[in-house]
Write a protein that binds this ligand. Structure first.
Ligand code: CTP
Ligand code: ZN
Length: 153
C-alpha cells in the first residue's frame, strides 16, 4: 500500500501523535487528555485503521500540544502499546513507547465512597498499577475497565 493510501488523517505541524492505541481506546485517550472539543483544540482521531504492529489501531493527533509525563503515565494504563511522537515543523523529533509506572499518585480518584481518599482528608490518591488495571493502595479497590473515568479534574 502506498503511503497515500495509508494516511487516514492528515499530518500535523506541531504537537503530539499518539499512535498504536488499541482499537476502541481512542475516546478514552481523549478523555484522559481532557479533550471534548469545547476548547477549540485541533484534534484528529483515526479509529480501526490498519496497522503493521497491531491488527488494527486507533490514532490520536493533537495539534499544538506536547503531553505532560502525568498524561503519558495515565495513557500507558489504557494504551500500553502506544507510541508518543512529538512533532515539530512536520518532523517527528521524538518518539517513545509509553512505560507503565509502578504507581500513579494524585492522578486518579478512588471510586469507593468509603475510601479514606474520598473523605475530607488531605490524602493524596495512590494506585498500584497491575497487569490489567489499578488498585487503590488505601482500600484495595481494583479498577480495570473504567480507568479513564477516575481521572481527577
Ligand atoms: N505524523 C503526523 N504528522 C507529522 C509527522 C508524523 O501525523 N508531521 C504521524 C504519522 O502519520 C504516523 C506517526 O506520526 O502515524 C509517526 O510518524 P513516523 O515516525 O513518520 O511513522 P512510522 O515510522 O510509520 O512510525 P512507527 O515506526 O512508530 O510506526
Ligand atoms: Zn480507595
Amino acid at each position: 500500500m502506498s503511503e497515500n493510501h495509508k494516511l487516514r488523517v492528515s499530518k500535523i505541524r506541531n504537537g503530539t501523535v499518539i499512535d498504536h492505541v488499541h482499537a476502541g481506546q481512542a475516546l478514552n485517550v481523549l478523555a484522559i487528555l481532557g479533550i471534548d472539543g469545547s476548547d477549540g483544540e485541533e484534534v484528529s482521531v483515526g479509529m480501526n485503521v490498519p496497522s503493521d504492529r497491531l491488527a488494527t489501531k486507533d490514532i490520536v493527533k493533537v495539534e499544538g500540544r506536547e503531553l505532560s509525563q502525568d498524561e503519558v503515565d495515565v495513557l500507558s494504563l489504557i494504551a500500553p502499546e502506544a507510541t508518543i511522537n512529538i512533532v515539530r515543523e512536520y518532523d517527528v523529533v521524538e518518539k517513545h513507547r509509553v512505560e507503565r509506572p509502578d504507581t500513579v499518585e494524585g492522578i486518579l480518584s478512588c471510586p469507593n465512597a468509603g475510601c479514606i481518599t474520598a473523605a475530607d482528608e488531605p490524602v493524596t490518591s495512590r494506585f498500584d498499577v497491575l497487569a490489567d488495571g489499578v488498585r487503590c493502595v488505601y482500600c484495595e479497590r481494583i479498577v480495570r475497565d473504567e480507568i479513564a473515568s477516575l481521572i481527577e479534574p
